[in-house]
Design a protein around this ligand. Structure first.
Ligand SMILES: C[S@@+](CC[C@H](N)C(=O)[O-])C[C@H]1O[C@@H](n2cnc3c(N)ncnc32)[C@H](O)[C@@H]1O
Length: 278
C-alpha cells in the first residue's frame, strides 16, 4: 500500500471518531512509524511494508480511542526540546511557554534559586535551568510518578547537578527562600472537568487539572505560601486559566503581592501574572 492511501484510511477512521485533527494525526503517526519527517512523507510517495502498516493501524486504533499523540509516542516538544511524557504527567502546553521568556530576560546572568511548584514533566524547570546557567532549582509535585518522569528528563538533559526534585505539597515547604517561584498549577473548576475533551479528561491526570470548586484552590495555596518563601524583590510567576485574572489579582493583593507584569494569549486572555512582595 502507498503512504497516501494509508493516510487516507487512517484519517477516515479518526474522522469517524470525531477527531478534528484526523488528517494531521494520521500523517504524524505514519511518519513516526516510517521514522521520517512529515514533510518528507508528503513529498515522496512511498510503499509501506506489511509490518509498518500493521504498526500504523495499531497506533491509529489507540488514537481513535482519544489517546493523545504525546502519550502514544511518550514525548512532547516544549521550547524546541523533546520531553519524555507518560500518562501520569500533564502534557506540556504551548501557553506555558509564555511564562519562560520574561523569566529568562529578568534573571539573565544572575545566580538564582527557584521553586517550580507542580513540576510535572519538568518542562518549566528544565527550560529555566538550561537557559539560565547560574540557576539552581527545586521542583516539587504531589504526584510521585510525575516526579519520576521529571527525573528522567532532568537526567536526559544532564541538568541534575543544579536541581532537586521532591514529592511533596506546596504546604510543606518551610525554611527556604527563593528568588523565583514559578507555577502552572491545576486551575480547572472541578465541575467543568467533565466538559473537557475526552483526550484530556480520560487520559490526563486529575491532580494536574483539578483546581477545586472555583478553580483557584491551588493558586490560593501557592500565593499564600509565597508570602513566606519568596525573597524580597523575588518574583512569583503564575500561569492561570482563562477568566481568572481579576480573582487572582485580588488574591495577590490581599496577600501582600503586587502585580508587575501580565501576559496575554493570542485570544487576548491574561494567562500569566508576575508579582512581587509589596
Ligand atoms: C497543570 S500541572 C503542571 C505540570 C507542569 N509544570 C507543566 O507546566 O506542564 C500541575 C501539577 O501540579 C501538581 N500539584 C497539584 N497540587 C499540588 C500541590 N498542592 N503541591 C505540589 N504540586 C501539586 C500536579 O500533580 C501537577 O503535576
Amino acid at each position: 500500500m502507498k503512504a497516501s492511501e494509508a493516510i487516507n484510511i487512517g484519517s477516515k477512521i479518526l474522522k469517524n471518531r470525531n477527531i478534528i485533527s484526523h488528517k494531521i494525526d494520521a500523517e504524524i503517526i505514519l511518519s513516526h512509524v516510517l521514522k521520517t519527517s512529515r514533510e518528507k512523507l508528503l513529498i515522496n510517495e512511498q510503499a509501506i511494508s506489511y509490518i509498518n502498516l500493521k504498526r500504523f493501524k495499531k497506533i491509529i486504533s489507540r488514537r481513535s480511542k482519544k489517546e493523545p499523540i504525546a502519550y502514544i509516542f511518550n514525548k512532547k516538544e516544549f521550547r524546541s526540546k523533546d520531553f519524555y511524557v507518560v500518562k501520569n504527567s500533564l502534557i506540556p502546553r504551548p501557553e506555558t511557554e509564555l511564562l519562560i521568556d520574561p523569566i529568562i530576560k529578568k534573571f539573565k546572568g544572575k545566580s538564582i534559586y527557584f521553586l517550580d511548584m507542580g513540576v510535572g514533566t519538568g518542562c518549566i524547570m528544565l527550560s529555566i535551568l538550561s537557559e539560565l546557567n547560574n540557576s539552581r532549582g527545586l521542583g516539587i509535585d504531589i504526584c510521585n510518578k510525575a516526579i519520576s518522569v521529571a527525573k528522567i528528563n532532568l537526567e536526559t538533559m544532564k541538568l541534575n547537578k543544579r536541581a532537586s526534585l521532591k514529592c511533596r505539597s506546596i504546604d510543606t515547604i518551610y525554611n527556604k527562600k527563593f528568588d523565583l517561584i514559578v507555577s502552572n498549577p491545576p486551575y480547572i473548576v472541578k465541575r467543568e472537568i467533565n466538559q473537557l475533551s475526552e483526550d484530556i479528561k480520560k487520559f490526563e491526570p486529575q491532580k494536574a487539572l483539578d483546581g477545586g470548586h472555583d478553580g483557584l484552590d491551588v493558586i490560593r495555596k501557592v500565593i499564600y505560601k509565597s508570602k513566606n518563601i519568596l525573597k524580597l524583590n523575588g518574583i512569583l510567576a503564575l500561569e492561570i486559566g482563562r477568566g481568572q485574572y481579576y480573582s487572582v489579582y485580588n488574591i495577590l493583593r490581599l496577600n501582600g503581592l503586587r502585580e508587575i507584569k501580565k501576559i496575554k494569549d493570542y485570544r487576548d486572555n491574561v494567562r500569566c501574572i508576575f508579582s512581587t512582595l509589596k
